[in-house]
Design a protein around this ligand. Sequence first.
Ligand code: GCU
Length: 427
Amino acid sequence: MRKITVLLCCILLGAAAASAQDRDVIAGIPVNYDESKVGDYKLGLPDPLTFNNGKPVKNAKQWKKRRAEIFQLFEENQFGRWQAKKPSLRYDVKEDAGFGGEAVRKQITLYFTPYDSGPYVDVLLYLPKDADGPVPILLNLSFSPNNLVVSDPGVKPGRRWDPKTRTVSEAASMPGPNPFGMDATVKKYLAEGFGFATLCYTDITPDFNDDDELGVRGLWHEKGAARASDDWGSISAWAYGVSCLMDYFEKDASVDATRVALTGCSRLGKTTIWTGACELRIKVVMPSCSGEGGAAMSRRVYGETVAHLTEPTRFPYQFCPKYAYWGDKLTQMPMDAHMLVALIAPRPLLLQTGTTDNWSDPKGEWLSLIEARKVYQLLGKDVPAGDEMPAADQPVYTTLGYVMHEGGHGVLPQDWDYYLEFMKRHL
Ligand code: GCU
């Protein structure tokens, strides 16, 4: 039963979010799905192209300075700061053939400390077997341990946290072929000359309240100490883990570390966009259903809100403590999602949403793209021409891109095709 729970983790998370749409109160906080009650998201909305001192940003050089201001706002008010120094990283790499000889398979264990007893992340990387040089790759942040992402004998069993005991245990492989295996998707990427890497996010740091003494956050956390207002939440810690992995990719001659795309869904969509903001070595950023706390405008009160996210029984630990302060002061927040989108500029960004994923507010994501457009334009990049939200399954592949599948929260099979096409155009 437990195995099945792990296997269906991603799907269930999606279902949880979808069923939330039917309820009008979550964690004691009302949820609005009425467009006439969303309020004016432009109230108090900061302009990404105006410095904190009120002066306008006129060119790319000035944008660099403004970008630094915006980045700091997100560190201090939403995600928290990374720790300045990384401990020494170590890597163990095992290379063999994957998918019965159809691919080169690498299994990388990245240790965050000099000790085997410290936190580590297992990364599964497939490469086209006929590649004659470094290849661009897609890095997938997954809810599933690697051995449950594919049906490929020999993949090291992953691990799963138990929030009750606060311990990790091995995730057993599926007996027989994995019905949710992504083998066909991975092979599609390989056939187009891309590598495909996946990791289970909780290897980096777990995903539950009071988890700051565990995983990579535990490496700095002083036992019993209260969290500072800009202390990093787990989203920042997951981003930190990806940054460490980028250090590895730069050393792996089979990977073109200058052409890495990143994706992840839901809280991993939020992680994807924040990682893209922190880690400039990520070239293409493709968050799926990142919603509130991700690419959806917070000032637009529709579906989940900052107050829902930071309610003590829900996900405050994913953010810095200061974020909760803004829950009932949305119009005073010094930033909003359009500025998170702008932090990716001028790099390609594809926002993927779903028509019925109301909890995540697909329209709120479109509006943040509209508000961030002028930053991409200032930097000479192409953006969607009109203001009208694209219809379902009508991808917009401009550098600042958008696609909304017909359906709810999660990644549908066609989304993998959209990501692939976006990568082909922009990597
Ligand atoms: C909840 C949460 C969302 C989050 C999602 C997930 O639904 O409210 O903000 O994106 O979980 O990560 O699955």
